[in-house]
Write a protein that binds this ligand. Structure first.
Ligand code: SF4
Length: 390
């Protein structure tokens, strides 16, 4: 985790109203030189200052479109700010208001571990392995993937990216010669591949903490997907049991979850998809409908408030499922960042070195060229019927 210098004491003594007033004043002072991007999981007090809001995919698209701004202040986590720096021109400086806002999932795939895994897998099978990394990964991992003819994906387009990686090879097709190393979220990889019709026995979990990833040579030769043993500490708090509990309380609740959740939960849920998919589905749902949602608490509470009295929206779990690192971006850090910019000082700049940037951009550009609708599971999602063949 990066070090964040403590803020001057004056920020701690300001009231919420003072903070709000001064952030607005700084925004208007910096004008078009400044763009603030805010992720959906961000707290409301911060999100109200965002010029654009979205999930990782939408924010990556928005970052790539910023031509006039000099500063992009990213109210999200570290890997998102890195992606913004990779996708924006060199004259744009990307700033993360608190450097300790990281992502535990991204930290589960270190570049050295990925390089070791790659050496081992490519030595053991002569099939083509295509590396795919969820955008929730470091710039170094993205660069590795871009340098090995792979692509990034988000939960909005993971099915399209997996189809691309497999070169059109479908589940059950004989003589599959392409395999996928999916980083760093095993759940998104499993849910997506299964949603495309691939059976679970085509998938092997690669554990970077075990010798040879914990896999035998035979398992490596027969698997089509190597799922990196990583997960989101927020989405793993949702369980299949919670679906039973909510349905026993009120069977009218429909359950919608993010594909970073465990496979057994996704199977029980009515629908699964990206953050934008979840928002769109609830927006388009009829009045009176009831939704139990398996994703970060700030987004769920925002939806509940927005549709209060019209639709019922609640968190699937009975406990708070909070992205604690995203939560570190608060009004105080945002104001401090803007104060420094107004004084001509750039703080907390996220800068990816040019070599890493060039390779990572290949992976990100592929991701941006493959758009999807964010659905990981719908009523018409095919069920796997074929056995894994190699
Ligand atoms: S919600 Fe999970 S995957 Fe997203 S930033 Fe937080 S820890 Fe990372």
């Amino acid at each position: 985790m990066l070090y964040q210098a403590p803020l001057a004491p004056k920020y701690s003594t300001m009231t919420e109203e003072d903070l709000r007033r001064q952030i607005l004043a700084r925004k208007s002072q910096l004008g078009r030189r400044l763009v603030i991007l805010g992720h959906h999981y961000q707290q409301d007090e911060v999100l109200e200052f965002a010029d654009f809001t979205g999930d990782s995919f939408k924010l990556s698209q928005l970052a790539s479109q910023q031509k006039d701004a000099e500063f992009v202040v990213f109210c999200g986590v570290h890997f998102m700010a890195e992606s913004a720096d990779i996708l924006t021109s060199d004259r744009v400086q990307v700033i993360l208001p608190d450097l300790t806002a990281g992502c535990s999932m991204a930290d589960m795939a270190g570049i050295d571990q990925v390089e070791d895994a790659w050496d081992h897998l490519t030595r053991t099978t002569d099939a083509v392995i295509v590396p795919i990394t969820y955008v929730n990964s470091s710039a170094a991992v993205k660069a590795f993937v871009g340098g090995h003819d792979g692509a990034c994906c988000t939960s909005s387009n993971a099915p399209q990216v997996l189809r691309w990686a497999l070169g059109g090879e479908e589940s059950g097709a004989p003589n599959v010669r392409r395999k996928v190393l999916f980083l760093p979220d095993q759940h998104l990889g499993r849910n997506t591949a299964f949603g495309l019709g691939w059976p679970l026995d085509c998938m092997a979990v690669y554990d970077p903490k075990l010798p040879n990833g914990g896999l035998t040579d035979e398992q490596i030769r027969s698997a089509v997907f190597f799922l990196w043993k990583g997960h989101c500490s927020v989405h793993q708090l949702f369980t299949a049991r919670q679906v039973d509990e909510i349905r026993s309380i009120d069977p009218d609740y429909r359950v919608i979850v993010h594909p970073e959740c465990d496979w057994s939960l996704v199977q029980k849920a009515d629908l699964a998809g990206s953050t934008e998919f979840i928002i769109r589905t609830i927006e388009n749902a009829p009045a009176g409908s009831k939704w139990a949602v398996g994703t970060e608490v700030h987004l769920v509470h925002r939806l509940a408030k927005r549709f209060e009295g019209v639709k019922s929206v609640r968190l699937l779990a009975g406990i708070q499922c909070l992205c604690t690192t995203m939560y570190r971006i608060d009004m105080k850090h945002l104001l401090w960042t803007l104060d420094e910019l107004a004084a001509g000082r750039i703080v907390n700049r996220i800068h990816v070195d040019p070599e890493t940037k060039t390779l990572a951009r290949i992976a990100l550009d592929r991701m941006l060229s493959l758009t999807g609708d964010g659905a990981a599971k719908t009523a018409s999602t095919p069920r796997a019927i074929a056995a894994c063949v190699d």
